[in-house]
Write a protein of this length. Structure first.
Length: 260
């Protein structure tokens, strides 16, 4: 079986902005799907949902994007009707509950990272990606399977930066895993980067999950309850059955990782 890790991010990697509470954190979330399952189940279910609620057409597909859905911007303005919104939210929660996938999220406190490491400072994105891919490889090892990684395109220079960051992890390994581990379980040394308009189901699911997962990890770090909103319901689903966890059921350090 071959798997794919679909990555979405929340925040930015700019250390200079870390003093701003609105830009203090960066989070990377990876959603793991088996590729045949994506082809036979996930894509069809996502497309059916979009067709029924937003009249999505193969020639002009609607792309699920959390921020636009929350703000009910076209083509999601149907959700301005409370009855339609309630029905749609129930179906999204049902989809996230019933689909077969695994989630790994990494959050870095950039301000703490900057203050703690006056001399050594890793690029926050590279640091998060390294930890995320490390855990993905450990999960693949447990499954005795292989996989690759895909992220949403951010544009020319940014895409090059993402690919270079991934290749450094593949070639050099990490403090805890040698490079041989990455080459054994990853089928490509290159990060796949796709445009949102390519209608990749896995990237759309990752987009819907990334922010709720980030908020859940932040809440736990601050010893707070999960948010009492739709995102909190998504986070509850993840915590019940979707996060990568140890053999004893531990999520912290496996499906959720706080840095530094």
């Amino acid at each position: 079986m071959k798997y794919r890790l679909y990555i979405d991010e929340v925040g930015n990697s700019d250390l200079g902005a870390s003093n701003d509470p609105n830009h203090r954190y960066l989070s990377l979330t990876g959603v793991i799907f088996e590729l045949t399952y994506v082809q036979e189940v996930v894509f069809q279910q996502v497309e059916d949902l979009k067709k029924r609620y937003f009249n999505s057409h193969p020639d002009d597909p609607v792309i699920l994007h959390r921020k636009e859905i929350v703000n009910k911007r076209p083509p999601f303005d149907n959700l301005l009707d409370p009855t339609i919104e309630e029905s749609f939210n129930k179906e999204i929660l049902s989809l996230m509950t019933n689909l077969d996938y695994i989630v790994i999220s990494v959050v870095i406190d950039k301000l703490e990272h900057k203050n703690r490491y006056q001399t050594w400072r890793s690029d926050p994105y590279h640091y998060c990606l390294k930890i995320l891919i490390e855990r993905y490889v450990l999960w693949l090892k447990e499954q005795r399977s292989v996989g690759d990684v895909m992220a949403e395109s951010r544009g020319g220079k940014e895409d090059r930066r993402l690919k270079d960051s991934f290749e450094r992890v593949y070639q050099n390994g990490t403090e805890y895993l040698k490079s041989e581990m990455f080459s054994a379980y990853l089928t490509s040394r290159q990060l796949k980067v796709k445009l949102k308009s390519n209608n990749i189901a896995g990237l759309q699911i990752a987009d819907l999950i990334a922010h709720p997962s980030y908020r859940a990890i932040l809440a736990h770090h601050n010893h707070e309850n999960l948010p009492d909103n739709f995102g909190g319901k998504v986070a509850w689903i993840l915590e019940c059955s979707k996060y990568y966890r140890s053999s004893s059921g531990e999520v912290d350090g496996y499906g959720q990782k706080w840095l530094p």
